[in-house]
Every structure is written in structure tokens, then in C-alpha cells.
Design a protein around this ligand. Structure first.
Ligand code: GLU
Length: 467
């Protein structure tokens, strides 16, 4: 059997990280087993399923590096096929027309509740002679639920889950306007797409019992199911806005790398020994459903930030520079010409060591594109005392004389200057850093000066030394 999995989001306007994780698990499972991963857009709610909402899904998945192996299926285009299955069940006597009015259904619910029974449909049209049907009255199509026995699902994550069939009622599969219901659409699509494994959030577990009825009635094999525990907030409550970001776009805007979000989401609810940082290739090699835990996972934003830092340090300098330049182009007062880009690229090894997000990285790199007079942070301002400004003036003369202006030369000059002035190296380097970056923190001072280049360094020092 060739594994075929799918991610079947409804376009809600955002790609929630719980869904993104389901997508990732489906993708990795298919890759691990040499199968295919498919995408189905469940867009039957035409009002919510705008092009924009669909694009959010495509963009989010593309950013996460999760590609479908076949053209995406749009559920709304398959309504005729869904209805056809309902009619087939009707013809075979496995479904029936129900002419109950809204009023009758309401009475049914109220009576059941008054008698302390769950408010289910009582099957009033199940065995009734169709000749009794009111003429030209609207009807829904209901599937005949089994009354005896139980339905057992061997879930690959949850284990054996069972429900007594007496708990299931004759659910509607076609509405009075002829449109198919969601449960029918999912089953028909999964069947027609030859899906072998349905991996989804465990909020769909109860749907699975209802969907099983349709598979059985049609005589179709059930796929294997794997219901993933949901992601909760750090406090164990349902993940919500008050906990922090929840959607893929938000994390992207906050400066997270897709590798980091993928890596974090994978580890959230799946484990393989103590493997923590895993590349996509390693994920594919190691992922299987037996590593998925049964209890809900708790979102740990601090851990995600840490993992992002790790992936930032591993990331390619040119790629990070491109991202930083893009972000800096939105910042006023920062030049983003090729000259600045070259500086950013040169200093990237040091910059990426010190930032946990791309946002922070861009903030830390901004000084490279600023012009004199630099804005000074409070801590930097404090370092620029009159004595230090005078000292920097003397240092400038020595740096001016340095040729070539290279790493070893800068290092030797600063050390010699510190010695001559009976200062610790840091007492020279810190005011110097403040003068050329506007901040009290930057990559190593030698690298920082080198990235700026001699002329810019001297201009920046002189701007404060002569004040
Ligand atoms: N469209 C459903 C959702 O977005 C998922 C259905 C499924 O995976 O079976 O929650």
C-alpha cells in the first residue's frame, strides 16, 4: 500500500499552528513512507472561503515548505459527486428521505430532553412507507445508522476508541436544498483521493464515528486514523489570543524562521529520544506516528524563541541579509543601498550570533545603514563622557594612520592604544562601540569597524569626538 495523506483545512482566514502542525505531520508521514501528501481545501462555506482566505493557506504552507504532491482539490467543486453518493445510498435502501418539519424536530428534541434522553432524531421516517410522503414537500436524506453493536476505531495515536451504535442517530447527509453535509463530503473526498491515513486534530474524533457509518454503508475500506492531541496554552487552557501568537503569519512577522517553527511544532507532541534540533531530512527519516504523545501539548514560547536562535545561527548569511534588508527598507533613516547591504553581509556572522529573531537581527543591523548624527541609546550616551570623547579623538588619529585597515591591524592598534593610556581594552572598546554603532552592544569591535570601513569609522568617531 502506498501511503497517501492529506491536509484538509477550511479557509478561515488564518493558518493556525495546530493546523500547521497537522499539515506537517501528514507531510512528514507521507515522505517517511515514500508516499504522497495531498491538499484539499474544504471551501464549502462559500461565505468564508474567499480567495484571500484560501491564499492565506497557500502562503502559509509555502512558507513552511510543505508542498502538495498533486493539484489541490477544492471541495466545493465536488458537490455533485457527494450528492451522487447520497442518492446511491438512497437507492440501495441504506438512506431514506425524511420529511420532518422544523416544528416536528423541535418537538422531538424537547420530548427527548424532558424524558432525560439525549436529543437525537427518533427515526420517524426510517421505516415509514414512502407513499406517506407529503406531496412536493422538502425532504432531507438521512443515513440509516446501525442500531446494534458498536463502532470501534483503531486510532494510531489514541489507541482503540469505541462508541455504542445506539449512540449514533440517523444523520442528515443531504440537506433539504440538496447540498451535501460536511461529513459526507469528507468521506467521499478521502475515498476518491485514495487517502490511506487521516491525520488530524482530536477535535474530529467524534466525527470519525459518524463518518465510519458512510464508509460502511458504501462498502468502502476505512482509512487509518490518527487523531492528534490539540495544542494548549502554557497554562493548560485552550490556546487563545491572550497566550500570544497563534497563526503562522504572526510568527513570520515576529521574525521566526520557518525551519524553527517547523522544528518546534514537530517536537511539540512528537519525540524521538532527546533529539531536539532536526533538519527536514532528519525529520523525514525519523518521523512516525508511534512517537506522537497522547496528551495535549503546551505551547512554550520561550522554547520556540530558543529554537529560533539556533536556526538563525545555522542560517545562510546571504538569506539572512536579504531578509534584514527587506525589513530595514521599512525603517526610516536607514539607507538600504548596496553599500549598506555589503556591510550587513560582512557582519552577519557576528550579528546572527546575537539575535533570536529576524526582527531583532534587523534592529541590531540598522546602525550599518544610518548616517551621522547617529541616534544613541541611553547606555551608549552614558559611555560618551567628555573624557571618552577626548580619548576617541586621539584614537581616531591612530586608526587613520593604520594601513592596511584590517582585522589584525585594528586589534593591534586598539591594544597598543589601551596600553599607552593605561586603560583596559574594554574601556577603549566600549566608548568606541557606542560612537560607531549608537549602542552598547554589537558584534566584536574589530569586525564591526571592518564592516563599516575606515572612512565611515573615522567620520562616526569624529562626529562625537569634536562635539
Ligand atoms: N476541514 C477540517 C478543519 O479544518 C478538517 C477536516 C479533516 O481533517 O478531516 O478542521
Amino acid at each position: 500500500m502506498t501511503v497517501r495523506t492529506r491536509f484538509a483545512p477550511s479557509p478561515t482566514g488564518l493558518l493556525h499552528i495546530g493546523n500547521a502542525r497537522a499539515a506537517l505531520f501528514n507531510f512528514l508521514y507521507a515522505r517517511h513512507h515514500g508516499g504522497s501528501f495531498l491538499l484539499r481545501i474544504e471551501d464549502t462555506d462559500r461565505e468564508r472561503s474567499t480567495q484571500k482566505a484560501v491564499d492565506v493557506l497557500f502562503d502559509g504552507l509555502a512558507w513552511m515548505g510543505i508542498q502538495s504532491d498533486e493539484e489541490p482539490v477544492f471541495q466545493s467543486t465536488r458537490q455533485e459527486r457527494h450528492a451522487q453518493v447520497a442518492h446511491e445510498l438512497l437507492e440501495r435502501g441504506l438512506a431514506y428521505r425524511c420529511y420532518c418539519t422544523a416544528e416536528e424536530l423541535k418537538d422531538m428534541r424537547e420530548t427527548a430532553m424532558a424524558e432525560g434522553r439525549p436529543p437525537r432524531y427518533n427515526g420517524m421516517w426510517r421505516d415509514r412507507d414512502p407513499a406517506d410522503a407529503p406531496k412536493d414537500a422538502p425532504y432531507t436524506v438521512r443515513i440509516k445508522a446501525p442500531h446494534e453493536g458498536e463502532t470501534v476505531i483503531h486510532d494510531l495515536v489514541q489507541g482503540e476508541v469505541r462508541v455504542a451504535n445506539s449512540e449514533l442517530d440517523d444523520m442528515i447527509i443531504l440537506r433539504a436544498d440538496g447540498t451535501p453535509v460536511y461529513q459526507l463530503a469528507v468521506v467521499v473526498d478521502d475515498h476518491d483521493m485514495d487517502i490511506t491515513h487521516v491525520i488530524r486534530g482530536d477535535d474530529h474524533l467524534t466525527n470519525t464515528f459518524r463518518q465510519a457509518m458512510i464508509y460502511r454503508a458504501m462498502g468502502w475500506d476505512l482509512p487509518k486514523f490518527a487523531h492528534l492531541p490539540l495544542i494548549h496554552g502554557p497554562d493548560g487552557a485552550k490556546l487563545s489570543k491572550r497566550h500570544g501568537a497563534q497563526s503562522v503569519v504572526e510568527f513570520r512577522e515576529m521574525g521566526y524562521l520557518p525551519e524553527a517553527l517547523n522544528n518546534y511544532l514537530l517536537r511539540l507532541g512528537w519525540g524521538h529520544g532527546d533529539a531536539e534540533i532536526l533538519s527536514r531530512d532528519e525529520q523525514i527519516r525519523l518521523f512516525d506516528l508511534d512517537g506522537v504523545g497522547r496528551s495535549p501539548s503546551r505551547m512554550d514560547y520561550a522554547k520556540l524563541l530558543h529554537i529560533n536562535g539556533v536556526w538563525m545561527r545555522r542560517a545562510d548569511d546571504t538569506r539572512l541579509t536579504d531578509d534584514v534588508m527587506e525589513r530595514l527598507s521599512q525603517v526610516e533613516g536607514v539607507d538600504t543601498s548596496d553599500a549598506t547591504r555589503a556591510r550587513v553581509l560582512q557582519l552577519m556572522p557576528g550579528l546572527k550570533e546575537r539575535a533570536k529573531t529576524l526582527v531583532e537581527l534587523a534592529e541590531n543591523a540598522a546602525f550599518l545603514g544610518r548616517s551621522i548624527p547617529l541616534p544613541f541609546e541611553a547606555k551608549a550616551q552614558k559611555l560618551l563622557t567628555p573624557e571618552n570623547r577626548a580619548m576617541l579623538g586621539r584614537l581616531a588619529t591612530q586608526l587613520e594612520a593604520l594601513s592596511p585597515f584590517d582585522g589584525p591591524g585594528i586589534d593591534a592598534t586598539l591594544r597598543r592604544f589601551a596600553e599607552e593610556n593605561e586603560l583596559k581594552l574594554g574601556k577603549v572598546a566600549q566608548p568606541l562601540r557606542a560612537a560607531v554603532t549608537g549602542s552598547s552592544m554589537s558584534p566584536g569591535i574589530d569586525d564591526t569597524l571592518l564592516a563599516l570601513g575606515r572612512d565611515e569609522v573615522l567620520a562616526r568617531i569624529k562626529a562625537v569626538a569634536h562635539e
